[in-house]
Design a protein around this ligand. Structure first.
Ligand SMILES: C[S@@+](CC[C@H](N)C(=O)[O-])C[C@H]1O[C@@H](n2cnc3c(N)ncnc32)[C@H](O)[C@@H]1O
Length: 418
């Protein structure tokens, strides 16, 4: 028998005997798997689940396997199952939901149902007159409190965001947009895995697996796949400095996986390091906070102008530091210069900063009233009453058109993000 304590290993064993091969000291942080199809595909080994079984026995076997996995999962751990419906006797069999109900009985809590939108699907999964373009991802957790590194998988690539992040920075989380429930990942092209590799699998897209690993685990955690197949989950875990344990009945697949990981490990690890050290999320956060600080001044300026006859004043914006308040992100100082009446202004300001939109900016503001003679525009960029995402060029800072001044320099052309 193989050593019970080993990680970074694929057991050539039946997933039904998981507990015999993993000792109780081992705690899995997440399991990511796509179970064998029900009775549609011969994976070419004895004892395989699905092929040749009744639907009831198939569900019972899966329930027992996910029940064993529950026992060896960390308290804050999770389970991702990629699974599809299929057709029998001219009717849809709701496998994802049947399985979900079954494994609730062994303790798993269903947290999310995600649609994996792909551009193609396996030929035999024609469900009717419409083309099948998606599969289900079921996300379960062991407890109601669970590990979820959701900030790590936010979308902050500005080419993937709607262009209004420029004009409405207060509506975007500075760390990026949260993932939604529809994930788009094309299925890997046959052959992209090497000549002999994966002739008839449905390997999972590696970026999709990376997303799940990123959400549910930290480095050095253990990731399990009881139906390893081509080993996408295992190899991705290794690239991402996680430990893996796999089970797979077909020895040939294990051999192929081992040769694949030897060939690709270095590139996979480099890709992960590059992604992990990429400064773009910090950059996006900085830009969003700067846009918010500037726009806050502009909104304030407009509300004061609408409520008073003071038209000739400027606001100087200085970002100070992170806010300590739980519902605010940054401290910003707003200095008023020019034509103003301090008490009237403070009255309007205090009314406005506690209601939307200004209360939603995540800004803890402070206000200073300065004499125009004290105005120091050295190193400042000027913005107008209608645009604080692109500083004005060829206009003197003293011009009446320049209403907001700051050392913050943003120059974003929203058309670049259409
Ligand atoms: C849908 S495939 C997994 C594909 C995999 N996610 C990938 O990315 O390549 C299911 C796998 O489960 C394996 N399998 C079937 N019955 C099994 C059992 N009882 N124990 C372990 N593996 C089994 C099959 O040989 C097949 O490789």
């Amino acid at each position: 028998m193989e050593s019970k304590n080993h990680t970074n290993i694929v057991h050539n064993q039946d997933a039904r005997s998981i507990l015999k091969f993993i000792s109780p000291e081992i705690k899995v942080r997440t399991t990511i798997t796509s179970p064998p199809y029900y009775d549609m595909k011969d994976y070419d080994s004895d004892n395989q689940i699905g092929y040749g079984q009744t639907y009831e026995n198939y569900l019972e076997d899966l329930k027992s396997i996910f029940g064993s996995i529950y026992k060896i999962t960390e308290e804050d751990g999770s389970l991702w199952i990629i699974i599809d419906t299929f057709k029998r006797n001219s009717q849809v069999v709701t496998l994802p939901f049947d399985l979900s109900n079954k494994i609730k009985e062994v303790g798993w809590l269903l947290q999310d149902i995600i649609i994996w939108k792909k551009d193609k699907t396996v030929p035999w999964s024609n469900n009717g007159f419409m083309q099948r373009k998606f599969e289900y991802i079921l996300f379960f957790t062991k407890a109601t409190k669970y590990k979820s590194n959701k900030d790590k998988v936010r979308v902050y690539d500005t080419s993937n965001l709607k262009q209004w992040w420029v004009k409405y920075p207060e509506r975007y989380n500075p760390k990026g947009k949260a993932l939604d429930e529809i994930w788009e990942f094309p299925i890997p092209i046959q052959g992209s895995w090497g000549d002999k590799y994966i002739r008839h699998f449905c390997p999972l897209p590696k970026d999709m697996v990376a997303t799940m690993i990123q959400i549910s685990t930290d480095e050095n955690d253990i990731v399990l796949d009881p139906f390893a197949g081509s080993g996408t989950v295992l190899s991705q875990s290794a690239y991402m400095k996680r430990n893996y344990i796999g089970f797979e009945l077909n020895k040939k697949y294990i051999e192929m996986f081992e040769s694949y990981i030897t060939r690709t490990f270095e590139t996979g690890r480099l890709e992960y390091e590059k992604f992990n050290n990429s400064p773009s999320q910090d950059q996006f956060e900085k830009t969003i906070l700067e846009l918010r600080a500037l726009k806050f001044a502009r909104v304030l300026l407009t509300s004061i102008q609408n409520a008073t006859s003071f038209k000739q004043f400027k606001i100087i914006v200085e970002i100070d530091q992170k806010s300590e308040l739980s519902n605010k992100l940054i401290k910003v100082t707003y200095k008023f210069v020019g034509d103003y009446d301090k008490d009237t202004f403070l009255n309007i300001i205090n009314k406005n900063i506690i209601i939307p939109p200004l209360s939603k900016f995540g800004i803890e503001p402070s206000f200073i009233f300065q004499d125009i003679a004290e105005l120091d525009t050295n190193g400042c960029y000027g913005y107008t009453q209608t645009n604080t995402h692109s500083f004005v060029k060829d206009i003197a800072l003293s011009s009446t058109k320049v209403r907001v001044l700051s050392k913050i320099c943003v120059d974003i052309n929203e058309k670049d993000y259409l």
